[in-house]
Ligand binder design. Structure first.
Ligand code: AMP
Length: 466
């Protein structure tokens, strides 16, 4: 498919697309749009950045245009569920942008903001409602919304919603929608639970998939730095100074950790902002806007907060803490390879994080080149360990020659034993455990690994977008 005209989308939609400067459909759009137009259910495996929002929004808008009907009071015709406030806001913006020449009513129902306005916006009924699950249920429970007229249900980033403990909310929501509906489910990964959910909630779904996660991963120039935990702040500051950073997204495991990293960077004279679940919606929006327009080049985030942030031009993803859920690594580094661009992902790995690295390398089937900057350079156990960037790479399954050749980090003396400035800081063993509760996903992950069955409650998940 080389043009949006070929789908038979209505003229006002095509016009909006050309105003958005969308010339050719992306692969997920090529596969998905005709199937959704035909009215079938879809399971789409696609990450953020592949153009999946337009893949479902365009045919849905086309449906609204070709079957105009006034939504009844306190109902919606199309319901889109997404895991985070940011992603929900972006999805709504996309609907409004692509539907700007259509007369459609849209509304957003997300947590973290007062409910009154959302209740009012639903009063007369809307065509498209984009919501996070918790707030949506609150609205339903307060009789501000009925789901009995939902014609199309979209579950976006289903795997993430599952990770965040939204599964019960989703089941409740789906049960309140009519059986006769079109259901579209999108997920970056397809773990067993998602396949089961799809089997329960979708009718004869067609499966569409774009590039498996590992292929996106291949476009990113990845490096591991083995280091002492206590050396992380200094090495981060060093990287941000040495690397040609346009925009860097730094991931920490906890909200507390994100704030701490920002404080350390500011102390080193590097402007940075944090974005995480403890920030108010207004703060998050301000920080995101500053990151988007380049006023802040370093954004420190937790997984949840970063999820759904739609910012092009992230040149570097830095995993200050390695995620304990390997899929999160793929999500994270995917932030820097958007719209076909290549990016750089540098991950810190302290000795206690070596098992996480093993899981990640197993998932992506790539042995990530590494540099060792630990004080005590005894071999790290397992794959990915102690393999310097100059050593032969084991690129299992990776097509050769796709990656840009760039100097390994640090360019000014890689593989040196360790930075002298860290010599007296010890191995950081005293800091090996996380200092505070991990933010959302990570909490769930810990629960899953170590907690008793059933520990993964909604409260445990510490989710924010209620
Ligand atoms: P998404 O995966 O939906 O988050 O989209 C990622 C980015 O790609 C967004 O900034 C979209 O505006 C953009 N985008 C989506 N489809 C196209 C297209 N066909 N041509 C150009 N840009 C697109």
């Amino acid at each position: 498919m080389t043009s949006f005209h070929e789908f038979g989308l209505a003229e006002p939609i095509i016009r909006a697309l050309s105003e958005e400067k969308y010339l050719t459909p992306t692969p997920i759009q090529t596969q998905t749009i005709p199937l959704v137009l035909a009215g079938g259910d879809i399971v789409g495996i696609a990450q953020t950045g592949t153009g999946k929002t337009a893949a479902f929004a365009l045919p849905i808008l086309n449906r609204l245009l070709s079957a105009p009907a006034r939504a009844e009071r306190k109902t919606c015709r199309v319901l889109v569920l997404s895991p985070t406030r940011e992603l929900s806001g972006q999805i709504l913006d996309s609907f409004r942008a692509y539907g700007r020449h259509l007369r459609i009513q849209t509304a957003l129902a997300i947590g973290g903001v007062p409910m009154g306005r959302q209740v009012r916006s639903l009063m007369n009924g809307v065509d498209v409602l984009v919501a996070t699950p918790g707030r949506l249920l609150d609205l339903v429970q307060q009789n501000a919304l009925r789901l009995s007229s939902v014609e199309v249900l979209v579950l976006d980033e289903a795997d993430r919603m599952l990770d965040m403990g939204f599964i019960h909310d989703i089941r409740k929501i789906v049960a309140k929608t009519p059986v006769q509906r079109q259901t579209l489910m999108f997920s970056a990964t397809m773990p067993k639970e998602i396949a089961e959910l799809a089997a329960q909630m979708l009718k004869n779904p067609q499966k569409v998939a774009v590039t498996p996660a590992a292929t996106t991963v291949e476009r990113v120039d990845q490096r591991i730095i083995h280091l002492d935990r206590a050396a992380k702040p200094d090495i981060l500051a060093e990287i941000l100074r040495a690397e040609p950073v346009d925009r860097a997204l730094v991931f920490t495991r906890t909200k507390h950790g994100a704030d701490k990293v920002v404080r350390a960077l500011l102390k080193s004279g590097i402007p940075a902002e944090a974005i995480h679940g403890n920030k108010s919606q207004g703060q998050r929006e301000r920080v995101l806007a500053a990151f988007r327009d380049g006023r802040v080049r370093t954004l420190v985030a937790t997984d949840i907060a970063a999820r759904g942030i739609d910012v092009d031009g992230v040149s570097h993803v830095i995993n200050y803490d390695l995620p304990n859920i390997p899929e999160s690594y793929v999500h994270r580094i995917g932030r820097t390879a958007r719209a076909g661009a290549d990016g750089i992902a540098i991950s810190f790995c302290s000795s206690d994080e070596a098992p996480f690295l093993r899981d990640i390398e197993k998932l992506i089937r790539i042995a990530i080149p590494s540099t060792d900057r630990r004080t005590d350079q005894r071999p790290v156990q397992g794959p990915g360990a102690n393999r310097n960037v100059d050593a032969p790479r084991h690129n299992a399954g990776r097509p050769q020659g796709r990656r840009r050749q760039r100097p390994p980090y640090p360019s000014n003396g890689h593989n040196r034993p360790h930075d002298q400035s860290q010599g007296n800081k010890g191995s950081g063993h005293g800091h090996n455990r996380p200092q505070s509760q991990p933010d959302n996903i990570a909490t769930v992950g810990f629960m899953r690994d170590a907690g008793p069955p059933g520990a993964k409650s909604r409260a445990d998940a510490g989710r924010t977008p209620r």
